[in-house]
Write a protein that binds this ligand. Sequence first.
Ligand SMILES: [Fe+2]
Length: 394
Amino acid sequence: MFRDDERTRVIEEVGGLARLGSLAAELASESGGERVMLVSDPGVAAAGHADRAAGVMRAAGLEVALHVDVAENPSSDDVAKAAAAAQAFGPALYVAVGGGSAIDTAKGANFVEVCGGRMEDFRGHDTATAPLRPLIAVPTTAGTGSEVQSFALVGDGETGAKMACGDPSAAPRVALLDPELTLTMPRRVTAMTGLDTLAHAVESAVARPRDPSTDGRSREYGCAAFALVSAGLPRVLVDPGDLEARTSMMRASALAGLAIEHAMLGVAHSMANPLTRHHGVPHGLAVGMTLPHVVRFNAAAASAEGVAIRDTYAALASAAGLRGADATELAERLASRCAELLECAGLGTGLSDLGVTPADLPELAVEANQQWTAGFNPRAVDPDAFEALLTAAL
Ligand SMILES: [Fe+2]
């Protein structure tokens, strides 16, 4: 399911955390040292995962410094603190154990520690001025896909706007997927990260490819991820201890993350940023609530910008076993399945449930239109189109 030629080697194994010692020792020695900067967050540390990770690496002869001062939506200030800790320690390797925040903070610290400056200096892609240190990502949620991506998403210290900072060498060398680590996720986090994975799979499958040489791969990964989420998300919401379904969700997160790596995202993500910033709507809910409407909006065009939108949506639906007479019907089945999954989450079905009002929409639409993800949506958008989408999602 995961191609061998990706930058990140994906290892999926129940109980796989036990292998972290040997994997870390191998990469640290390749990098010429034995010091590991372990980045985690307070919640994950409280669950005991950070100590277990440190323990297996120390047992493998490595020296480990633990940094858990990581915020939920990390800013360049959080990155600066982690980078300062790393500069004092001198790691050969970074290991991130946690959700997207810990993984992105580790990537950001890697940029700043190795290249100097501040996170703001590394906006865009191919921005590292020297090869970064190797990183092993050990996700404890199934959602962001950061474990397989070369980008760190970090908030601008002054404006709070999300910056995407990327470099090929920032991609984790190894993503160690141990589904047991996701068993401790609260239901709300399981639901929101699951909806985020869903949106990644569906949006990246039809996004305009960032790298034409890998055209088609985002569709392939997106279809595989959507099928896993469609079957797995309702199961983990009903039974958090369902390890098989947890495995599906974790695999889906990484597959959808790779789909983004090849093709970026679309307008559900463009709307999510201002919804989170101005109204505190959690990211997963913001994309989950807008996604069904985005699918219907895009599917109104059979194709655009060289992307076969309706056929790709039909492929996503078919991959998950949904039935329809033709591509138009299958695309509608995809939209309604996305709405069903949102309903399963039980966290509201429209933005008005979260306090967003019609008067808020014009400003949100203008800001959504300025997000860089809007440029990757297969159908062209403008503030009026965003206002119509937000109205539908209200
Ligand atoms: Fe997302």
